[in-house]
Design a protein around this ligand. Structure first.
Ligand SMILES: [Zn+2]
Length: 95
């Protein structure tokens, strides 16, 4: 009998824990989707600019045909169907 009570108590604890987790997740989701005001709004928004910056920094990288260095695609110097990191390397033979 005490065993049965133990399992019932355990089940209630598990359900309570899952419910509180779900409530926390729902609250967090609500705060993310709503425009925030108040003193702690700034605190919660702080990680977002860093994330946005990281996204903006993510750029396709290319490998220089001469020196093998990886560089951003925006700095690419294409020559003869190959990609180079600089104009100087585009004039040198690929290695
Ligand atoms: Zn190079």
């Amino acid at each position: 009998m005490s065993r049965l009570l133990f399992w019932i108590a355990l089940a209630i604890l598990v359900v309570a824990a899952v419910r509180s987790k779900l409530r926390q997740a729902a609250k967090r989701h609500q705060q993310m989707s709503q425009p925030m005001n108040g003193p702690d709004a700034h605190e919660q928004l702080r990680p977002q600019p860093a994330r946005a910056a990281a996204k903006a920094e993510a750029e396709t990288m290319l490998c220089c045909a001469h020196c093998g260095v990886y560089f951003p695609a925006s700095e690419n110097v294409p020559a003869g169907g190959r990609d180079y990191c600089s104009a100087a390397h585009s004039q040198l033979a690929p290695q």
